[in-house]
Design a protein around this ligand. Sequence first.
Ligand SMILES: Cc1ncc(COP(=O)(O)O)c(C=O)c1O
Length: 391
Amino acid sequence: MKKRHPETEAIRNQTPRTGENEHSTPVFLTSSFVFDNAEDMRAAFAEENDHNIYSRFSNPTVDEFAHKVARMEGAEAGLATASGMAAVFGTFMAFLESGDHIVSSGSVFGSTHTILTRYMKRWKIDYSYFDINQPETIEGLIKPHTKMLYVETPSNPGLDIVDLEMLGQLARKHKLIFVVDNCFATPVLQRPLSLGADLVIHSATKWMDGQGRVVGGVIAGRKDLVREIYLFIRNTGPSMSPFNAWVLTKSLETLSLRMEKHCSNALALARALQENKHLISVKYPFLETHPHFSIAKKQMSGGGGIVCFELKGGIARGVKFLDALDMLSRTANLGDSRSIASHPSSTTHSKLSEAERLAVGITPGLIRISVGLEHIDDILEDIEQALEKSA
Ligand SMILES: Cc1ncc(COP(=O)(O)O)c(C=O)c1O
């Protein structure tokens, strides 16, 4: 197949036209597919042809979305799931069995943390967390029964970054399946498979959708591994709905353009806030002050759309700051055209102890801004007035 740029794949990798000669791919909103005769149907079930059978197994709109992501990530295969968490859980369950061990970054999304710490032990699957800021300790955590290496970079919400090439070498040396949650970077800014990862996971709910409309997930990577996850998802149920896939496949057409603007707005915001008297610190992958700036520059082509800052005044100030915002949305999602502010200590991570929060970089006054596509002056003005008002 002709090799095209990821931006072109996001637009031109489409389901073949139907007899209606439509330009834009229609949504195939159907739960099942018909066969001309019993022999065709038998052959489809025997996997002797690639006819669609049932939308929990496959659907043209869902496949279009997954193929686009696979091509953008430089992967052999892709698979869409009902949510980002279905992609994470499906990836764990397809490969891990009782007695296995997983080495994961401790700085992972809250629900991934819950799967590892609360549910995996029911199947006697063990885990060890590494400190993303001490990568030299990772190899020491690998045991004879370790099967998977799991990481999120940049991490949510702390924006921690780890060297993917180094992890790829470690995974190869110890024959581990290396999985990267690439949600914060998107395939536009970072392509972990080219740095040694075997599988990449996304919450498509975030930047891929880009307008806060649908929940979805996607996995891309080695064909044999994706096939194993496919069989788990197809049989257990968390497949993506064709409607969600249609929304997401349309969104991919503009992902690279949107990410360019999210990144330029976020960098401008981070720079403008750096000297603000109400803040202890500002964190953004492409700010020279980020502890892993040089790794970010090496493996990402842009810093992404998330900026974090630490307010003076802790949890109480964080709550006041959120209340003082006029334009920015107070909501749990991220990766939207509308800028969003969240305060992890009083909301998403409030059930953790302060020590647990600090261990993954969630300080009391940490504010996470998902920088949208509004004019940067309006975003900055709202944040600056809320900083003044909350003092
Ligand atoms: C890094 C990361 N991974 C996974 C998920 C889970 O995705 P979803 O909410 O689509 O299930 C999220 C959601 O915020 C996330 O930020």
